[in-house]
Design a protein around this ligand. Structure first.
Ligand code: SF4
Length: 328
């Protein structure tokens, strides 16, 4: 079995408020292998972006990692001093965010930004770094990169800017890329190209990719495995094909029903009634129970833990042998 590039175990993230401590991530565990794309999907507020920020060590106070461990290629990184973590970001972990302009400085030519990042992380001369920057721009699909390298970010379209951000993210050959809603701000036609690019780069470079998105269609196109998050926990995780075709968790079933299919005329938009609870109002037991058509008494009392079902793992009492024994 391939050792995991990213291994997250029982991660907990809390935010202190004046009145109480809110738990945004409540004990999640997952691995991402070399060359694998793990899609992390869920509604806004499910904890997917916070998970990405925890991995890259960017949870700002009053938030903090309150428990669990994060390992990168076997090295524990959740307890590193900020300076060491800063060196890991950019070099060993590349980042792609929704808005390319948060990663690009509008006042600097993109070549300067690439060269600076390359030289921060790799031992290259100015000329060597510039050559690498041109190669990277070509690799992410920027035409005539030797000319475009001296352009400013505003001279690029949104999709081209995101390609530049991807070039920045991969310039030090990171082991892991965290991509948080990398296509949300782009036109639909450009989205598909960026998705294909992220997927190809992961495969060609053997990079592990954590792709955070609310869009199950993007996950289905890109990912090898998917983790479905709900209220700070993983409701279901497994190979993308299995989870899309045979979702087990009632929430995942609702979510899969909400993927519009290109192959079918019927728009399979299924609404899951209600909305995700606020952090301050997460119900006891299974946090999905107020919205779940299959909820029963135990769901309002006990929190379900992940249970293996073939290649999938699902946190739902319906799959617990104890429930089945009681029902029998
Ligand atoms: Fe529904 Fe109960 Fe399963 Fe939660 S544990 S998803 S409430 S059946």
């Amino acid at each position: 079995m391939t050792a995991a590039v990213l291994s997250v175990r029982n991660l907990q993230v809390e935010f202190a408020t004046r009145h109480s401590t809110l738990r945004a991530i409540d004990g999640i565990s997952f691995d991402i292998a070399k060359g694998e794309v793990l899609g992390v999907v869920g509604e806004s507020g499910a904890g997917k972006s916070v998970t990405g920020l925890a991995v890259i060590g960017l949870i700002d106070p009053p938030g903090r990692i309150a428990g669990g461990q994060i390992h990168l290629s076997g090295q524990r990184i959740d307890d590193l001093p900020p300076e060491q973590m800063r060196r890991i970001r950019g070099k060993r972990i590349g980042m792609i965010f929704q808005d390319p302009l948060t990663s690009l400085n509008p006042l600097y030519r993109i070549g300067d930004q690439l060269v600076e990042t390359i030289r921060t992380h790799l031992d290259l001369s100015e000329t060597g770094a510039r050559k690498r920057a041109i190669d990277l721009l070509a690799e992410v699909g920027i035409a005539a990169p030797e000319k475009r390298i001296d352009a400013y970010p505003h001279e690029f379209s949104g999709g081209m800017r995101q390609r530049v951000v991807i070039a920045l993210a991969i310039c030090a050959e990171p082991e892991l890329i965290i991509a948080d809603e990398p296509t949300t701000a782009l036109d639909v036609s450009v989205q598909a190209q960026i998705i294909a690019l992220v997927k190809r780069l992961g495969r060609d470079h053997g990079t592990a990719v954590m792709l955070v998105t609310h869009d199950m269609g993007v996950i289905a196109e890109t990912s090898d495995r998917v983790a479905v998050m709900y209220a700070g926990r993983i409701a279901e995780i497994g190979p993308v094909r299995a989870v899309v075709q045979n979702p087990l968790h009632p929430y995942a079933r609702g979510l899969m029903g909400a993927i519009p299919t290109l192959a079918s005329d019927a728009v399979r938009l299924v609404q899951i009634p209600g909305s995700m609870p606020r952090l301050a109002a997460i119900p006891p037991g299974c946090s999905f129970n107020p919205r779940c058509a299959l909820a029963f008494e135990r769901c309002r009392i006990d929190r379900p833990e992940p249970i293996r079902q073939g290649a999938q793992a699902v946190a739902c009492h319906l799959f617990d042998a104890a429930t089945k024994d009681t029902a029998a």
